[in-house]
Design a protein around this ligand. Sequence first.
Ligand SMILES: [Zn+2]
Length: 89
Amino acid sequence: MSDIDEESELKYSEPERKRKSVASDVPEALDFLVPKAGFFCPICSVFYSGEKAMTNHCKSTRHKQNTEKFMAKQRKEKEQNEAEERSSR
Ligand SMILES: [Zn+2]
């Protein structure tokens, strides 16, 4: 019997959680963020505040693998763009 009660409670709490996540892009959410200079690797989407840490990251196999993937993707996109330009003429 108590199982049914628990289920109905879960169904009630769900829409509330969804509403909260939608409100996450309000400016107030920036209050806890601290502007900090550092190094950002757009290929791996990682941020390091120290140069040494970033240098170590660039040496890592993870970064090298991501760079290879990134370059391959860029090459493909460039080829696609060129093909589109050619076909539009
Ligand atoms: Zn990287």
